[in-house]
Write a protein that binds this ligand. Structure first.
Ligand code: ADP
Ligand code: MG
Length: 617
């Protein structure tokens, strides 16, 4: 019997390897772009014909290759980027496995022209099906041009598998977007069938994002930036009103490499949770930098998935950083800043800072959040309930005394943040001349134009925060009824009400069980009209059941939301001048003045400059 084990010919091995690295034109685009970046190029141009099926050419002004390197780079496992296994754990470049060019050469016709700055002439190589067809010296500028033609010309099964040009081009643009977004200091252009569709001048990250994702983001990006010893995060999130109905503009980069992470996506979405409707997707482009040794490098580089040494910490950082960014633009509260206790105590968070980073990091608000532990939220709670009384009846007197010193303390510790946040809100707040329209809207002039407040949405927000504070330890006083009323419920409702009684007491409802599914209402918060107690509670229960399929909310959260909705003044209610003023005051003292708990807007702003524009001025 003859031996039957044989080595695969080189070109077959490359074709098989290519299946993993080059699935479609877009994967080749990604590999070639990353090589140009690794070669320190500052200008990278791509040309594609027929969505990359006919041609993909990348021209860079990077360091180029010597004659020997130009030949070598097409060999499998040929790489200049790692020399030993240790390098794997410190890898900073985009590629390192030395597979891309070998794979590309195995499944297309490649023309390479390259020259190093120190060499007088460059090298031209033509290679097809892993076989060198031509090699000769050539006049060339410093840098590299690689053209790959007729992808999969020799693997018809794969070629047939490619999608329509529109769909393959879409994939190319996706890869182009991900790579060019993470290198705003590099010029990129993309030309398809002779038409330049992207021309990205060097600039800031913000400019790059706007170039790529569109002008409508230009005034809608909120900067995220936190530095710690463990990791840095920076980038932008879109203001809540840019959230879209379809998943789209969401980008995570770890050490400048685009990744997909449902887990981290969740962290961001969570930070937005109160600000946007449940079924919409916030925009973000966030960059996480951390020590490569804290990542699992064994994950395949083309798979865009990544493993962190400690996912939970990253999750908490991302969520806090985004929340904090939104809060600084007074888009969101930082109320529930308290982190998992295990995370607060973890080494990465409590670790002593190195001297050089200490001063930079000490001014980072995230650092304060972690180090001041439970006090973290005090800055944002400055306006707790200060004016609730005006519209809401009985005041809890000692509240004022508790709040004032906290506010003072906040100013001492972090004057910038406390004041700037206040200023932003103040600018939006309208002056004292208010007009009610259609018994539903309150309209008033503010510094930049005018603002239309939805009275019911606004009141829902006010009540929600008021109730939230009540639950957190400042119960709303109850007014005892002169004639306690009895309410009879179905068995199911009685069970429900029983569960809610302790929390309802904090909200000012004194209710006692009376046996057989009956309850006595002994007292209600001051603003519930005497005589209306029964219907108030029935409506509240109704609304609560409405929320019952919202599994993500706790019982308490559902109660707060139901109560806020149920008790808010309805559209169609005429308000006096004084009532409008109070409502506006209370709204702008809220932690999140601009949205209801469910994410509906409480007001819309009309800026003078935009009005002028609309009128052609
Ligand atoms: P890897 O990027 O993983 O090292 P590749 O097959 O993509 O593997 O590239 C092989 C080698 O060819 C690289 O390590 C690099 O030395 C060289 N190379 C590839 N593209 C370029 C380029 N545009 N400019 C300069 N050198 C390049
Ligand atoms: Mg590479």
């Amino acid at each position: 019997m003859p031996d039957i084990v044989q080595l695969l010919p080189e070109n077959i091995a490359n074709q098989i390897a290519a299946g993993e690295v080059i699935q479609r034109p877009a994967s080749a685009v990604k590999e070639l772009l990353e090589n140009a970046i690794d070669a320190s190029a500052t200008e990278i141009k791509i040309f594609v014909n027929d969505a990359g099926k006919a041609l993909i050419q990348v021209i860079d002004n990077g360091q180029g290759m010597s004659e020997t390197d130009a030949r070598m780079c097409f060999e499998r496992h040929a790489t200049s980027k790692i020399k030993n296994i240790d390098d794997l754990f410190h890898i900073k470049t985009m590629g390192f496995r030395g597979e891309a060019l070998a794979s590309i050469a195995g499944v297309s016709q490649v023309e390479l022209k390259t020259k190093k700055a120190s060499d007088p002439t460059g090298t031209y190589i033509e290679i097809e099906n892993s076989v060198v067809k031509t090699q000769q010296p050539v006049a060339s500028p410093t840098g590299t041009s690689i053209a790959m033609k007729n992808l999969f010309f020799n693997v018809p099964a794969r070629r047939n598998f490619l999608k329509s040009n529109a769909s393959e081009l879409r994939h190319i643009i996706d890869e182009f977007t991900r790579v060019s977004m993470s290198f705003p200091n590099i010029f990129f252009s993309l030309t398809t069938n002779g038409q330049e569709i992207f021309h990205l001048d060097k600039g800031t990250l913000k400019q790059r994002i706007v170039q790529l994702l569109g002008n409508n983001y230009s005034s809608k990006l909120v900067s995220v930036q936190e530095d710690t010893d463990y990791m840095n995060i920076y980038g932008f999130v879109g203001k809540p009103d840019t959230a879209k109905k379809t998943r789209g503009d969401q980008y995570f980069f770890v050490n400048n490499r685009f990744i997909k992470s449902a887990y981290l996506n969740h962290a961001v979405v969570n930070a937005f949770s109160d600000l946007i409707p449940k079924d919409s997707f916030p925009m973000y482009a966030l960059f996480i930098d951390l020590d490569p040794s804290r990542l699992d490098i064994n994950v395949h580089p083309t798979k865009q998935e990544i493993k962190f040494e400690d996912e939970k910490i990253i999750y908490a950082f991302v969520q806090s950083a985004v929340k904090h960014a939104l809060a600084q633009f007074s888009i969101s509260p930082t109320l529930d800043f308290d982190l998992d206790i295990s995370i607060q105590q973890s080494e990465a968070v409590s670790m002593p800072f190195t001297d050089d980073k200490k001063s930079a990091a000490a001014s980072s608000s995230l650092y304060k959040t972690f180090t001041q532990k439970h006090q973290a939220h005090f800055i944002e709670s400055k306006s707790d309930l200060q004016h609730w009384d005006k519209i809401q009846g009985p005041v809890d007197v000692d509240h004022q005394e508790v709040v004032a010193p906290e506010a003072e303390k906040a100013k001492e510790v972090e004057p910038g943040s406390a004041i700037s946040q206040k200023n932003e809100t103040d600018q939006k707040k309208p002056g004292e001349e208010l007009i009610q329209m259609h018994n539903s809207y309150i309209v008033g002039q503010n510094q930049s134009g005018f603002i239309a407040i939805h009275q019911q949405n606004a009141h829902e927000r006010i009540l929600y925060e008021r109730f939230n504070n009540a639950i957190k330890g400042k119960p709303i006083p109850s007014q005892r009824s002169l004639f306690p009323s009895v309410i009879e419920l179905t068995h199911a409702d009685a069970v429900l009400l029983n569960e809610l009684l302790p929390d309802m007491q904090l909200l000012g409802f004194l209710i006692e069980t009376f046996g057989n599914n009956s309850f006595v209402i002994q007292g209600t918060p001051g603003d519930v009209l005497q005589g209306n107690e029964k219907s108030t509670i029935e409506k509240m229960l109704d609304q609560y059941k409405h929320f019952s399929n919202e599994l993500k909310f706790s019982k308490r959260e559902k109660l707060l939301r139901s109560m806020a909705w149920q008790q808010s003044i309805r559209s169609g209610t005429t308000l006096s001048q004084k009532e409008m003023l109070t409502l506006v005051d209370n709204l702008f003292d809220c932690e999140i003045p601009n949205a209801t708990p469910n994410g509906k807007p409480t007001y819309l702003e009309f800026r003078k400059e935009e009005l002028d524009k609309m009128f052609g001025r």
